[in-house]
Structure formats: structure tokens, C-alpha cells
Design a protein around this ligand. Structure first.
Ligand code: NAI
Ligand code: PYR
Ligand code: MG
Length: 634
């Protein structure tokens, strides 16, 4: 809901309510005395005895500083006032609320020390967050106009710190919470959300937030950060976005013991029980908003893949970590080939070592292998040949067919034991050994292990057979990056191509600049969502994702790429997103998936050429401008 209109409605209804109270008092009582009396009465009644009559429900009550109790609303009150789902599931006493607030206040200094390189990051986040709660138009204007400065605050890395400390930072709720305790209720509680139209949902279960592990209900912060980029980069109307947390418990022992934790304090549901909760959520949101797009974010690997397969042919959904990351990585990998002065068609010759076999790592290898195979003619032997270009290393070392209990997602990338034997390697070989023996063109990290690309590993990469080796240290947030650009450039010199998931500054040494690219799925997911919305495609196909990745790869000019700049600057994210969305729309039309959006039906869409599609996309991007408001009685 727009804060702008809600504030207007809120203050007028508050006035109405106040007037009513004033009229009920003696006619000689002055308005201010009556207001004071009303105020006193509200406070005494909420303490117990007589109830307070309120003329509002749902989100309006949460945004009313007079009546809001935040997490202290009891479950019966939540049901009575249509608040179910609009607050984290734990009911807290007013004393606990104060404790939570005080812990947060006192922790500020420590957070500043442990957090992102900007010691004021969290203070900036608080100021922006308060603006977000007060005035969304102004908030997004500030964000769009200063995206380079504030993306690292509302998104990675600071959003990681925000999630870690969400219990303390929580003030006004934003988004919806569907918990394991809401089973059987979701179909009705989804109507507690005040907006009749929702275009984009970003949902998490909090099980793997960035590289920070299981943060339970606190993971809602990442969905808010991603949706901020949907508004800022893709121009999705902020009144039509919905951050969602599916709280099925947490396996984080610290949170399970924390008396101030806001989520369900029980171990995570698993198996069929878990699936039934997510199924119920999907059914509920698609019943209320049949055209919504759901982005799955930061689910632990096993559920990321499982739920993607389960829903992708029925619902308009995608998994950002598996599919968005893959597209961004492919664009960067193609950029690295061009940076070597080679044509993109040489991509299938690249030797790629990937550290990390989770949702992101496997997503990347899968998509990169498909891209190589397509370049080689898409035959079975092309596929075989493409497979031989990847060496995947996880927490237990190099993955080969000899691995016991191999994760089914990693199985297709397990190397043959005999083959790696010839390469001087074996099952479980360490990363440094793999780099030493393979001498890869690319070393890509999606391991969530900060510093994994140690000096030894970087020294080993000096043996790369490439003229311009590439490092993608893609794990987030900053402290989880596999190495810093300083570490990488200092060992490998200025011919290195470097990208990281969270932003770092360029490195200056010996009079040259080592470019630090940001390789983050933020360059694709907003365009994938917007393109899907505007095409009206029923599903998000592999072709649409591939078109998005190719568009991003083509966005960079030759002279930039030759300088080692393989990803655009975030300052142009709105333009990139428009291009990516247009590519997605075009592909959806070509695959006959596009059913149209609003006045633009499928037939009209088919008549558009690429330039017209871009104009259509641009014209449908929301801009942060104040609309004229007119009051009408309800
Ligand atoms: N830059 C970007 O756009 C994105 C970055 N990421 C980042 O990727 C990281 C991983 O995400 P997921 O794949 O979802 O996590 P995950 O937990 O599913 O996978 C992590 C993988 O790393 C492996 N690993 C752990 N220790 C290792 C070691 N010492 N050496 C080699 N591998 C090791 C694990 O065995 C596992 O296979 C996170 O930090 C996340 O923030 C994820 C999505 C997008
Ligand atoms: C960027 C992102 O999606 C992640 O680190 O999980
Ligand atoms: Mg993610």
C-alpha cells in the first residue's frame, strides 16, 4: 500500500474518530482537552479494563501510532482485526518489546565494527527505512537517484547485517508472514493484505540468507531488499509488491534459544509437511492474484531445486539463486572470453573450476554447460564435450563419481575417477590441487566461504593457461567473498578479470586500475520479473532466461570489456533492466507464451518490433512522482 494514500486516509479517519470522541464529551470541553482525555482513555483501556473502540483494521491499525501494539497483538486480536500474517508469528509482551529495542540500541556500535566496510551503513539503513515507512515515493526517488550509493545499504552487503539483527531492528512490519501455524488459514489470510493487485512477490523461508546461513524469520529482510530493486530498477509499482516470509521454524540453535526471536521457535518442518506449507502458500497467492510472479529467494539448496521443479511449469515463478545467478554468471563468463580478445564462440574451450555446489553453483554450471553445448551444435557429443570443461569442488573437495551420498543435483557434474586420475587428481582433491593441475581460465566461487581463494589458491591460478584469467568471487555479503580484489590483483596482476557478488572499489596499483565488477543477480532478476509481467507469459521458460542472460552479455561494449569491465555499473541498472525485460518479452512472444498485459493483448504484442517492445517496457515502468490526490467520502 502506498504510504502516501494510507497516511492521508489514516489522518482523516483519525480526525473523524477524534471528532466523534470530542462530541461525546461535554459541549463546553475544548477540543484539545477532549483530545487529551481521549488519549488518556485509550491508554488506560488498552492496559485492561474497558476496550477501546477502533474504526480501522488490518494494516491501517499497524500504521496508527495510537493503536498499534506491534508484536504484542495477541493471536485472537490478530484474527479479530484481520492482522493474521501481517506480523511475525511470535506474540511478545510489552516488556519483551522493550528489551528487544534496548538490545538493538546497545548493539549499534558492535554492528558498525563487524559489518560492511562503511561503518555508518546500518545508521543509513535506519534512516532510509524510516523514510520507506513514511513516504514511499520519496524513498524510491532517493534510491533511484543515488542507486550506486544506496544499493549497498538496502541490498547486499548491509541487508545481510539487517537480517542478522532483524529482531532488534523490527519496527513496522512490511510484507506478510505465513507460518507453519497458519496451515489451513492461508487462503483467507492472504486477503488481509490491503492491495487488490500484486505483481511481484519475493518469498523466502529464511533457510540460507546470502552466505549467512539459516536466519529463520529474519530472512524477510532479503525479500524487502530484492523488491526495493524491483521498484528502483524495473519500475514495478511499489503498491504492487509483496515481500513474504514462510516461517516453518529454524535450525539455527542460537535463534531457537533467543527469547527475543520473532519467529517460530521450533526446528524446521521437513519432507511432506514442509512441502504442504509451501503448496498452500502458492495456492493462496495465485488464487487471490492469478497474474502474480513469485521469485523464490535464498531457500537452502535441496528445497530450491525441488520447489523449482515442482512449480515452474504450473506457476509464474522462478528461483533467483538458481536461475538469476546462472544468467549473470554466463554473461560474465562470456565477457571474460571477449576480454581475452576472443570471440564468444570460443566459450566452450574455457576450463572452469567452480567452488560451491549449492543452489547457485550448480545453477551456474548447469546453465553454462547448456550454453556451451548449444554453441557446439546441441548434439549428445556437444553435451559430453561441454561437461568436460567443469571441475566442481564443494566442502569435501573435488566431486567425482566416487563420491558417496552424492547430492543428486551435483551428480551430473561429477568427474569420472579415471579421467581426473590422468589429470593428477582424485575424489576429494583440494581446491588448490585442482587449480594447480587444471590451470583453469576461470575460478568461480559460490561457496559462501570468505577467503576460500587463499594466497595459495591465487598463486596456483598464476599457472592458468589463459592470457587473462578470471576470478568470480560471487559469495555474499562482503565478508563471505572468496577473496578481495586487492588480494587477487596483487597476486595475478592487471591482466586479471575480477568480479565479486557484493560491491568493492576498483584497485589502483602501479599506476593501473584493476576493475572490480559486481557479478550479482541484481542485473537480471528485475528484468526477468518485468519482462514476464509485461509479456503476460504463463511460465518463465529456459528460453526467456537465456534471452535475459544474452542481453546482459551484449550490453557491454568491446572497449569496456577489453579493459576488464564485464558488468555494467549499477548506475545504469534501470536502463539494463529495461533492455533485459524487452529481451524477455520478445522471447516470450517468439515461444508463443505471451498472453499480453492490460490493453496490450497477445495479438498486439506480436506486431511489435524490438524498438517498440522497448518503448512499451519503458512506458510501463513506474516513476517516483507524486500523483494529484483528491478526497472522496467512502
Ligand atoms: N553473486 C550472486 O548473484 C549470488 C551469490 N550467491 C552466494 O553464493 C553463496 C552460496 O549460495 P548457495 O549455493 O545457495 O549456498 P549453498 O549452501 O546451497 O551451497 C554452498 C556450497 O559451497 C560448498 N562449500 C562449503 N565450503 C566449501 C569449501 N571450503 N570449498 C568449496 N566449497 C565449499 C558447499 O559444500 C555447498 O556445495 C552464498 O554466499 C550466496 O550469497 C548466491 C546467489 C547469487
Ligand atoms: C545475491 C543473492 O541472491 C544471494 O547472495 O543469495
Ligand atoms: Mg539470493
Amino acid at each position: 500500500m502506498s504510504n502516501f494514500s494510507s497516511q492521508l486516509r489514516l489522518s482523516s479517519s483519525l480526525l473523524k474518530h477524534l471528532k466523534h470522541q470530542i462530541n461525546a464529551t461535554s459541549s463546553t470541553t475544548s477540543a484539545s482537552a477532549a483530545a487529551m482525555m481521549f488519549e488518556r482513555r485509550s491508554f488506560t483501556t488498552t492496559e485492561g479494563s474497558r476496550p477501546t473502540i477502533v474504526h480501522k483494521r488490518s494494516i491501517d491499525i499497524l500504521h496508527d501510532p495510537w493503536f498499534n501494539k506491534g508484536t504484542a497483538f495477541s493471536m485472537t486480536e490478530r484474527d479479530r482485526l484481520d492482522l493474521r500474517g501481517l506480523l511475525p508469528p511470535t506474540v511478545m509482551s510489552s516488556q519483551q518489546q522493550i528489551e528487544r529495542f534496548m538490545v538493538d540500541l546497545k548493539r549499534l556500535e558492535v554492528q558498525a565494527r563487524d559489518g560492511p566496510s562503511d561503518p555508518n551503513a546500518l545508521a543509513k539503513w535506519r534512516i532510509l527505512n524510516r523514510l520507506h515507512d513514511r513516504n514511499e515515493t520519496m524513498y524510491y526517488k532517493v534510491l533511484i537517484e543515488n542507486i550506486e550509493e544506496y544499493a549497498p545499504i538496502v541490498y547486499t552487503p548491509t541487508v545481510g547485517l539487517v537480517c542478522q539483527n532483524y529482531s532488534g531492528l523490527f519496527r513496522r512490519p512490511r510484507g506478510m508472514y505465513f507460518s507453519a501455524e497458519d496451515r489451513g488459514e492461508m487462503m483467507s489470510m492472504v486477503y488481509n493484505w490491503p492491495a487488490d493487485q500484486v505483481d511481484m512477490i519475493v518469498v523466502t523461508d529464511g533457510s540460507r540468507i546470502l552466505g549467512l546461513g539459516d536466519l529463520g524469520v529474519q530472512g524477510i529482510g532479503i525479500t524487502i531488499g530484492k523488491l526495493d530493486l524491483y521498484v528502483a530498477a524495473a519500475g514495478i509499482n511499489p503498491q504492487r509488491v509483496l515481500p513474504v516470509m514462510i516461517d516453518v521454524g529454524t535450525n539455527n540453535e542460537r535463534l531457537l534459544k533467543d527469547p527475543l526471536y520473532l519467529g517460530l521457535q521450533e526446528h524446521r518442518l521437513d519432507g511432506e509437511e514442509y512441502i504442504s506449507v509451501v503448496d498452500e502458500f502458492m495456492e493462496a497467492v495465485f488464487t487471490r492474484w492469478p497474474h502474480v510472479i513469485v521469485q523464490f529467494e535464498d531457500f537452502q539448496s535441496k528445497w530450491a531445486f525441488n520447489l523449482l521443479q515442482r512449480y515452474r511449469n504450473t506457476y509464474r515463478m522462478f528461483n533467483d539463486d538458481v536461475q538469476g545467478t546462472a544468467g549473470v554468471a554466463i554473461a560474465g563468463l562470456l565477457g571474460a572470453v571477449r576480454a581475452q580478445g576472443k570471440p564468444m564462440i570460443d566459450f566452450p574451450k574455457q576450463k572452469i573450476v567452480v567452488a560451491g555446489a549449492g543452489s547457485a553453483g550448480i545453477g551456474v554450471v548447469n546453465a553454462a554447460r547448456k550454453t556451451m553445448a548449444r554453441m557446439l551444435g546441441n548434439t549428445e557429443s556437444a553435451f559430453e564435450s561441454a561437461s568436460s570443461q567443469f571441475w566442481v569442488v564443494d566442502a569435501n573437495g573435488l566431486i567425482t563419481e566416487e563420491r558417496t551420498n552424492i547430492d543428486p543435483q551435483a551428480l551430473p557434474f561429477a568427474r569420472k575417477a579415471k579421467e581426473v586420475g590422468h589429470q593428477g587428481l582424485r575424489e576429494g582433491a583440494s581446491l588448490v590441487e585442482v587449480v594447480q593441475q587444471i590451470k583453469p581460465d576461470v575460478l568461480l566461487g559460490l561457496s559462501a566461504v570468505g577467503g576460500l581463494f587463499s594466497k595459495e589458491v591465487l598463486e596456483a591460478l598464476k599457472g592458468s593457461t589463459s592470457t587473462r584469467p578470471a576470478i568470480f568471487a560471487m559469495s555474499n555479503p562482503t565478508k563471505n567473498a572468496e577473496c578481495t580484489p586487492e588480494e587477487a590483483f596483487s597476486v595475478l596482476g592487471d591482466q586479471l578479470i575480477f568480479a565479486s557478488g557484493s560491491p568493492f572499489n576498483d584497485v589502483k596499483f602501479d599506476g593501473v586500475i584493476g576493475h572490480c565488477n559486481q557479478g550479482n543477480n541484481m542485473y537480471l532478476f528485475p528484468g526477468i520479473g518485468l519482462g514476464t509481467l509485461l509479456s503476460g507469459s504463463r511460465i518463465i521458460s529456459d528460453g526467456m532466461l537465456q534471452a535475459a542472460a544474452e542481453c546482459l552479455a551484449a550490453y557491454m561494449k568491446d572497449d569496456e570489456v577489453l579493459k576488464g569491465i564485464i558488468y555494467p555499473s549499477i548506475s545504469s541498472i534501470r536502463d539494463i533492466t529495461k533492455e533485459v525485460a524487452a529481451a524477455v518479452v520478445k522471447e516470450a512472444i517468439e515461444e508463443d507464451l505471451a498472453e499480453g498485459y492490460r490493453d496490450m493483448d497477445a495479438r498486439e504484442l506480436k506486431k511489435l518490433d524490438m524498438e517498440e517492445i522497448k518503448t512499451y517496457v519503458k512506458n510501463n515502468m513506474w516513476e517516483p512522482r507524486y500523483p494529484t490526490l483528491v478526497y472522496r467520502k467512502e
